[in-house]
Design a protein around this ligand. Structure first.
Ligand code: AMP
Length: 223
């Protein structure tokens, strides 16, 4: 099963993706994280992605697809995986079906207002050493602005600065309606209220996924 988690930046896709992985064992593939790693390593693909990423714009489709292809064909993705941050436009959605066909798809759309996004991203901090993510409002570190795991000073992502967040939201809204309608027409889109507590959002997500997985099991038993 391919689970696609959609939602504006900062809507909690990463958190919910990890909770889905924990419960069902499907690995999370976050294109944002994969791209950030390529940028940090200074690879050829990373060099092509860096400027767009830092400005809050979408990275070129071809570059993202190359990065995604390196991950998606791993053996741990055979039974399924959770996509966080991909696809972001129609071209990516179609290309995904081409390069990795034959997966039942479920699309979960986290709905969160722009106001909440600006507030949450402004308070997001990451550990530059181990990548842990914190939020000064909702999941603050135990010790003042230091990573709970390794003690490193937390930092704000370059693209979480207010003016870049506004650009990211603009880019998100430009492309997302068409994508949502595409998945709605396929009958695989589920709207999730992302403004609830983290646990309640997970509950709603699990209830959709439990139903979809039991349909697959029934189909496998009867065929
Ligand atoms: P995220 O961590 O998902 O918020 O992504 C951070 C940044 O990575 C985005 O603002 C884009 O610059 C880039 N990015 C992540 N996923 C994609 C994608 N599917 N297509 C294009 N750019 C992406």
């Amino acid at each position: 099963m391919r689970i696609i988690l959609m939602g504006p930046p900062g809507s909690g896709k990463g958190t919910q993706a990890s909770r889905v992985e924990e419960r069902y064992g499907f690995p999370v593939i976050s294109t944002g994280n994969l791209i950030r790693r390529e940028v940090q390593e200074g690879s050829e693909l990373g060099k092509k992605a860096r400027n767009s990423m830092n400005a809050g714009r979408l990275v070129n489709d071809q570059v993202v697809l190359e990065i995604l292809k390196k991950r998606i064909f791993s053996t741990d993705c055979k039974k399924g995986y959770v996509l966080d941050g991909f696809p972001r436009n129609m071209n990516q959605a179609k290309k995904l079906e081409e390069i990795h066909p034959g997966h039942k798809e479920v699309v979960l759309g986290l709905h969160v207002s722009d106001e909440t996004v600006v507030q949450l991203l402004g308070a997001r901090r990451i550990c530059p050493k181990d990548g842990s993510v914190y939020n000064l409002y909702t999941s603050s570190p135990l010790k003042d602005r230091k990573c709970d795991i390794c003690g490193e000073e937390l930092v704000q992502r370059k693209d979480d600065k207010p003016q870049v967040v506004r650009e990211r939201l603009k880019v998100y809204h430009e492309k997302i309606e068409t994508l949502i309608n595409y998945y709605k027409n396929k009958g695989i889109y589920y709207k999730i209220n992302g403004e609830k507590d983290i646990k309640d959002v997970s509950k709603d997500i699990f209830s959709v996924l439990d139903k979809e997985l039991s349909k697959i099991k029934k189909f496998e038993m009867t065929s």
